[in-house]
Design a binder for this molecule. Sequence first.
Ligand SMILES: O=C(c1ccc2nc(C3CCCCC3)oc2c1)N1CC(N2CCN(c3ncccn3)CC2)C1
Length: 303
Amino acid sequence: MPEDSSPALSPQGIPYTELTHYVNSDGQHIFSRCWKPSGPPRGLIFIVHGAGEHCLRYTDLAEALTGLNYLVFSHDHVGHGQSEGDRMTVSDFHIYVRDSVQHVDLMRKEHAGLPLFMCGHSMGGAIAILTADERPEEFSGVILISPLVVPNPESATSCKVFAAKILSHLLPNFSLGTIDPNSVSRNKEEVEAYSVDPLVYHGGMKVSFAVQLLNATARVEKALPRFRLPLLLLHGTLDKLCDIRGSHIMMETIQSEDKTLKVYEDAFHALHKELPEVTTSVFQEIESWLQQRIGDTHPSNTE
Ligand SMILES: O=C(c1ccc2nc(C3CCCCC3)oc2c1)N1CC(N2CCN(c3ncccn3)CC2)C1
C-alpha cells in the first residue's frame, strides 16, 4: 500500500505546509505563532492560552510586547484552534505541558541567552505553572492572568467531582455544558468577538476534559511549594470560573521572594479581554513588571 503522500491538513482544511507549526511527540501538527519586534529582541515571552480558545486571541497583547522589543511566541494546544486533535479533548493534561516544553526548547535553540518569561491565562496558567515546575531554570519569571489553581468550590464540590470521575469512565464525551461568555467578561464587544470566533471551541465541556482540569489542579497544588520564580498574578474579584482564592493560596504557598498579586475589583475572568480600563491596566502592569525584571545586561536592553 503506497504511503499517503497528501499533506496533513489543519482542522480548518489548510495544509500544514502553509502554516507555521511544529510536530509534537505524538506526531500531531501543532499550530505555532511568533510575533517579532522590529529590532533585536531584548527578551522572549511564551504565551499559554486557556481552554477552548487559541493563540491568535493574544495578538493584541503580543503586539504590545513586540512594541517594547520582546519576541512573543505561542501555539494552539492539541485539540484547539488550528492544531490537530479532537476538539477540547486530551488524554492526559501533561500533554499540554510536554508540548509547551518542546516549544520552549525549539525557541531556545534560536534565541539562546535571552531572558524567557511565560504568560498563561486560566487553564493556560496551570500549564505555565507545571511547565515552570519541569524547567525552572529556563524562566526569568511567570505572569498569570486568572490562573486555574483551585477548582471553583461551587462547580467542583466533592460530590460533583466524584460523579464526574465515575461518569468520565462511563460516558467520557458527556457534555457538562458550555461557558456563558457573558459571565467571563463585562466587555460586550469582546463577548461578541469570542462568540463568533470560528477558531474557538463553542461546544460543551466533556466530562473527561473536566476531569483532566481537576487532575491539573491537583498537580498544581503539589507543584506550588516548589515554585520560586518571580511571579506577577492578576485576578478579578468576580471571577466565576477560576476562583481568586487560588491566587491567594498561590501567594501564600510559593517560595518566590519576588511575587505580586494585582486584584481587580468587580472584574470577571478574562482580564485581558475585559472593560477597557481593566485591560489597559493589565497590559500596563505586565509591561512595567517586565521592564523592572529584564536585566540590562543584554545589548538590546541598553536602549
Ligand atoms: O481555561 C479556561 C477554562 C475553561 C473552563 C474551565 N472550567 C474549569 C473548572 C471545571 C470544573 C473542574 C475544575 C476546573 O476551569 C476552566 C478553565 N478558559 C479560558 C477561558 N475563556 C473563557 C471564554 N473567553 C472569553 N469569553 C468572553 C470574552 C472574552 N473571552 C476566553 C477565555 C476559560
